[in-house]
Design a protein around this ligand. Sequence first.
Ligand SMILES: *Cc1c(COP(=O)(O)O)cnc(C)c1O
Length: 410
Amino acid sequence: MDDLLRLDREHVWHPYTAFPPAVPVHAVAKAEGVRLTLTDGRVLVDGMSSWWAAIHGYRQPRLDQAIKDQLDDMAHVMFGGLTHEPAVRLAVRLVELTGLDRVFLADSGSVAVEVAIKMAIQATGRTRLFTVRGGYHGDTFECMSVCDPVNGMHHLFTGALAQHVFAPPPPLGYGVAPDEGYLAEVADLLKRHAHELAAIILEPVVQGAGGMRFYHPAYLRKFRELADEFGLLLIADEIATGFGRTGELFGCDHAGIRPDIMCVGKALTGGYMTLAATLCTAEVAERIGLLMHGPTYMGNPLATAVANASLELLGERPWRQEVKGIEAVLAEGLAAAAPYAKDVRVLGAIGVIEAHEPVDVQKIQDIVMERGVWLRPFGRLIYTMPPYACEPADLAMITEAMVAAARSLR
Ligand SMILES: *Cc1c(COP(=O)(O)O)cnc(C)c1O
């Protein structure tokens, strides 16, 4: 197995790294329940849900079975001119869950955002977008152009990215009363650019990879109002927030609003396969007409079959209580990190320790792995979004490891 890591180091790129990566990678032999087993025998509770996705945990018997059953029928057929049961069932299910009407199946979150932006441009005939700083919408070029310009490393691609209109980030704090001054500033900026704007694109209530920031749902309601007032579409990027993570099924549910276009991904397949979707209203679909997009693996039967199984399982599990329970345990467990951190915050099944300075990723990983936990900090953030299937004892291991990591900061 030393061989595996040596070959990895010689040939394999990993996400957001130089070559070879500055922080060593670890080889996983198996993943089951909420635990990863490394090839060296170490067993780690997964505090990351494989980047928001594995909400039910690993080797979930019904999800495993859904893929095996689908394999007996077909692994894949093209979606141009053909259709199949798992894709149609998934589309119907997503329509029921979101209250939107039309579904475009994409092969990753970034592609779903690209499609959403194409939809908005085609529907309005305008090409600029309005967003807030601190966002993250994926790594392809148009997605990057609406990510936070600093965190999103825009300077590496100066000249190659479309220039969109950025408002300041919504003030921090899910429970912090909305700042009227901020709202007036945003309304003014929107008004000045409305004539050239196609859409407002936002992550509802939680800005994920751009900084793990939570904001008051009133801001989201205001963005919906402003979009209506100025004739813009509202795109909700629910790729991280979707499927219960924030305590509601979708981030938009906190504000009781419906977007015109919505992106889902990540937990859509319960972390089994890459799949995402872009949904829109019937009215937007009508305005678009011909939509020029069609991934080769669009509607992949294995991915849509496991997404159906994952959403069925989500519908059956008491996810609302589970997420509330995780929220309570995280809030209580992470409170001890407060003296060492700039901020400690929890919303739904998301727990964040924000340090004063960027953290030493390797040092933090050594500390939490010693305590049997897998986390992947970035920037100033040590954070967790555990599988909903975590037991209280698993969560206690995660919070204790995070607090130990926070203690090492000072
Ligand atoms: C992860 C993420 C994306 C990109 O999804 P990929 O599947 O990694 O391409 C887009 N938007 C948000 C909010 C995300 O969290």
